[in-house]
Design a protein around this ligand. Structure first.
Ligand SMILES: Cc1cc2nc3c(=O)[nH]c(=O)nc-3n(C[C@H](O)[C@H](O)[C@H](O)COP(=O)(O)OP(=O)(O)OC[C@H]3O[C@@H](n4cnc5c(N)ncnc54)[C@H](O)[C@@H]3O)c2cc1C
Length: 479
């Protein structure tokens, strides 16, 4: 029975953007509630890491978010930092794709992985004549019948031919998921493409009827705070002064005792709560829930993850003139490199490097090639420098180098992902008061994670309100 007058407690496990967004939502909606956020690391923000040194803004994880997804800008507005957001530098708007070791301009007009105009593809030297002829056959490719899911690779190759997939779509998609398109589920990643096929009979026909949003020049596709993505975390922390933050000791396990949840921490302390939002990576959530619900633990543990690293290097701009010609490039898997992509950070956004300096970021590790991550930081820097030497023709020692590793950092929405998530949500109903949030549910991007944290927080509030009618959950106490 809840103590009379004592506010019920909601515990949040994980202080990445998902967990912090949940805390922010709870603090805004119900300041009377006691909220405890438990984070294993001393630092909050999870994959959001920004280092600011000598005028450089170095991102370790995400560097921006999609402007088309509402909760990125929406949260920035609520946090009072909307005016700090900047878009990509439109004067340098160009992305490159590697083919046979050389960079080619990415054809313009892509929307949700599909070309909104075919002309730029037909004019591109990225594709062979045969590849372009196959592309033009797309309207005559029969619609696949049946309900079952298909991989992204199979779908794009079936509709546009394997060249368009291998040389353009695969590296773009890998840039989002670091994943293998032969494994990734179309239904879980780009369901709008299948809808287009079903509705219009072909993607080309769908595109002709303007069924896809065409990228505009008026609003940049990606936004980021001037001081880096960590500004979002800093602003979030300012808005939750009453949330009790326990940082530096993770949750070891999660159990139920009567009508309350008991969280056992790595420092052997315990937290009990009426509701829990688990906002850790899926594989950690699976481990935490092993004792509570083996089916949930199994579904969470079955979500594969890929490891990657980013290496940031700073050079005098005169030594890397090519890096001033766009935002960077993506590398198709068939190039056989461990490097997935490289962003020319200071060309993509203003305020990333002091005048006269260029910041380059190299992404290493992709599905099937994440063994590259087993090597030392020094080796990763060597790999990144070799890439810069090869592509940008710069053999200069960098002013500095920064390595960030993301072990099992990216969940893979593989075939059957939606069913696994359904199973999870269904099992969670057997534990009223237990909710999950994170990048393995409805999208890996920051706006998706923000929405996921907010959704879990709202569900927890609903649950607590309904539990008031049956006052059985006890309030929280750290012992
Ligand atoms: C290299 C890279 C680049 C990316 N680039 C972009 C981008 O440009 N734009 C974009 O939108 N998205 C990008 N993403 C994706 C996005 O950054 C992530 O999906 C998102 O930040 C995940 O947030 P989260 O809060 O769900 O998880 P996390 O950030 O992983 O947070 C989970 C937290 O849980 C904590 N934790 C773990 N175990 C425990 C435990 N036992 N007890 C307590 N706490 C625990 C962790 O320490 C961590 O702080 C990128 C990801 C990577 C790896």
């Amino acid at each position: 029975m809840q103590r009379v007058g004592a506010p019920p407690c909601i515990a949040i496990v994980g202080g990445g953007i998902s967990g912090l967004s949940a805390a922010h939502h709870l603090a805004r909606r119900r300041p009377d509630l006691r909220v405890i956020l438990i984070e294993r690391a001393r630092r909050l923000g999870g994959k959001i890491v920004t280092e600011r040194t000598d005028g450089f803004v170095v991102e370790g994880g995400p560097d921006s978010f999609l402007s088309s997804k509402p909760r990125g800008v929406g949260l920035a507005r609520e946090l009072g930092i909307e005016d700090r957001l900047q878009g990509t530098d439109e004067s340098r708007r160009r992305t490159w794709v590697m083919s046979n070791g050389r960079l080619h301009p990415l054809p313009e007009g892509l929307s949700g992985l599909v070309p909104s105009r075919l002309e730029p593809l037909l004019e591109s030297d990225l594709f062979s004549t045969a590849g372009k002829e196959r592309l033009l056959e797309e309207p005559r490719v029969p619609v696949r019948t049946g309900e079952e899911d298909e991989s992204v690779a199979s779908f794009i190759s079936r509709r546009f031919g394997s060249e368009v997939y291998d040389r353009m779509i695969e590296p773009l998609m890998a840039g989002i998921y670091a994943g293998d398109g032969r494994q990734l589920s179309l239904a879980a990643t780009f369901p709008q493409l299948r809808r287009l096929e079903l509705e219009y009979g072909s993607l080309t026909a769908g595109i002709r009827t303007n069924a896809l949003p065409v990228p505009t020049q008026t609003r940049p596709g990606f936004l980021t705070p001037i001081g880096g993505t960590a500004e979002i975390v800093e602003a979030l922390l300012r808005t939750i002064p009453d949330v009790e933050i326990l940082a530096g000791s993770g949750v070891r396990s999660l159990g139920e005792r009567g009508d309350e949840f008991v969280l056992r921490l790595e420092d052997d302390s315990q937290v009990s709560a009426a509701a829990v939002i688990v906002a850790t990576p899926a594989h950690v959530a699976g481990e935490l829930m092993a004792e509570l619900d083996s089916a949930m633990a199994e579904a969470l543990g079955a979500i594969p993850h890929v490891s990657s690293a980013t290496v940031s290097l700073a050079f005098p701009s005169t030594k890397v003139p090519r890096a001033l010609e766009g935002y960077g490039y993506v590398v198709p898997c068939q190039e056989g490199r461990a490097v997935l992509a490289s962003t020319w950070s200071s060309s993509k956004f203003h305020h990333r490097a002091p005048e006269g300096w260029t910041l380059v970021r190299v992404f290493i590790g992709r599905s099937g090639m994440d063994h590259a991550l087993e090597s030392t930081d020094a080796h990763l820097v060597e790999l990144a420098r070799a890439e810069v030497a090869d592509v940008l023709n710069c053999r200069e020692a960098p002013l500095f180098q920064r390595v960030f590793r993301w072990v099992r950092g990216m969940p893979q929405y593989t075939m059957g992902h939606l069913e696994r998530v359904d199973r999870l949500v269904e099992r969670a109903r057997h534990h009223p008061g237990l909710f999950v949030a994170g990048n393995y549910l409805q999208g890996v991007g920051l706006p998706d994670c923000i929405a996921s944290g907010e959704r879990a927080a709202e569900a927890a509030l609903l649950q607590l309100d309904s539990a008031v009618l049956q006052p059985t959950r006890r309030d929280a106490d750290r012992r």
